[in-house]
Design a protein around this ligand. Structure first.
Ligand code: NAP
Ligand code: F7E
Length: 348
């Protein structure tokens, strides 16, 4: 019998990669999409378009804010594995909509776990929770499964609730539930408001002749940036273990936003240098002296996380997982993708 997977957040970066990954493993894949006033399926439309996948991939309307929709879908499709990837996932925005972020990310996870708890066969369902390095906040790097939590945003705090409730339902009700504590992972389907894709899409426009400047916030923040496609495999691996457990998924290396900018521009043969300080700092082409980067205070956060760098040794040992793509390759892949698809509307 084919295994059945349900993915919340299937229209997002990770959801779309995971759907493809599971379809290749011959799963039947169901996704949940929320109602939106404009099209929100651009990352999965190409899966729908494949005739051979017609009976293997299906998407239902549902919402993490609507417990009955989750229960109905789970009862109807009877999944073997549930991947909870849906979230209000933008850290900066979580300061503007803290209540909404908490409702979706924290209570949304509870609603799913409650839906599972009510099922007769709850012990057979495996549940993956998309946890995050943000729960560590400003702790000393590298962060591992043993690092204490110090979340520093409404997003991180909502995800810490989801982390604990997942653990609690595992212990209290014997549900196979795991937390994948993933550090930042990026790719060609990354949302354009996250800093990496914001930079690579602007670099592509500049390559094609745009005269724009990129306005950024904190250039000194460091993140452990991995490749999103490498990371989706780890989610599946966590659910194939004998016992449920929590794992850090990371590369073990961190780079600053400043280094990301320089690396992205180097792919179009522009060598960025920096001048000035604070809000007056700018980045310019060392040859033409043209200014490409400026600072805007709107991109700073009320509380920033200065460095996240993960220790993935447990995942390497137990899951036999390791990242395949390094920082330079990942940046190159994103810049080239944005250059090649410049001006196109349907490109995934
Ligand atoms: P993403 O691109 O922002 O995707 C989020 C998904 O959640 C989208 O499909 C979105 O739908 C959906 N969603 C939002 N609110 C919803 C609601 N109320 N009900 C149902 N669906 C809803 O995020 P991602 O980068 O793929 O990340 C996947 C998960 O991993 C998220 O939970 C994120 O917090 C977590 N995470 C991400 C990273 C990372 O670096 N990418 C690292 C650690 C953890 P729309 O398409 O309609 O917006
Ligand atoms: O910011 C700095 C910003 O928004 C990265 C989500 O997937 O990963 C992601 O959260 C860094 C921060 O990602 C701009 O201050 C500077 O220090 O790309 P980001 P994030 O906040 O790390 C974690 C693991 C998740 O779980 C989240 O869901 O870059 N930064 N200038 C900027 N950030 C943005 N967005 N825009 C700027 O202009």
């Amino acid at each position: 019998m084919k295994k059945i997977a349900l993915i919340t957040g299937v229209t997002g970066q990770d959801g779309s990669y995971l759907a493809e990954f599971l379809l290749k493993k011959d799963y039947k894949v169901f996704g949940i999409k929320r109602r939106s006033s404009s099209f929100n399926t651009k990352r999965i439309d190409h899966i729908y378009d494949k005739k051979e996948l017609k009976d293997k991939f299906q998407v239902f309307y549902g919402d993490l804010l609507d417990g009955s929709s989750l229960l109905n879908i789970i009862e109807e499709i009877k999944p073997d594995e549930i991947y909870n990837l849906a979230a209000q996932s933008h850290v900066r925005t979580s300061f503007d909509v803290p209540e909404y972020t908490t409702d979706v990310n924290a209570l949304g996870t509870l609603r799913l776990l409650e839906a599972i708890r009510r099922l007769k066969n709850k012990k057979k369902i495996k549940f993956y929770q998309a946890s995050t390095s943000e729960i560590f906040g400003n702790t000393t790097s590298p962060q591992s499964e043993k690092t204490p939590f110090k979340p520093a945003s409404p997003y991180a705090i909502s995800k810490l609730y989801a982390y604990w409730i997942t653990k609690n339902y595992r212990d209290a009700y014997n549900i196979f539930a795991v937390n994948g504590i993933l550090f930042n992972h990026e790719g060609c389907r990354r949302g354009e408001t996250f800093v990496t894709r914001k930079i690579t899409s602007a670099v592509a426009r500049i390559f094609h002749g745009s005269n724009e400047k990129i306005f950024l916030g904190n250039l000194n923040a460091k993140r452990d940036w991995g490749d999103a496609e490498d990371y989706t495999e780890s989610m599946w691996k966590m659910l194939q273990q004998k016992k449920p457990d929590d794992y850090v998924i990371a590369t073990g290396k961190s780079y600053s936003v400043r280094e990301f900018v320089r690396e992205a521009f180097s792919n179009i043969n522009i060598n960025i240098k920096w001048k000035g300080s604070g809000l007056n700092e700018y980045g310019y082409d060392s040859k033409s002296k043209k200014v490409y980067i400026k600072i805007s205070k709107i991109y700073f956060r009320p509380t920033e996380v200065y460095e996240l760098r993960g220790d993935p040794r447990k995942a390497k040992k137990v899951l036999k997982w390791k990242p395949k793509t390094d920082f330079k390759e990942m940046v190159k892949k994103m810049v080239n993708f944005d250059i090649d698809n410049y001006g196109k509307t349907n490109f995934y």
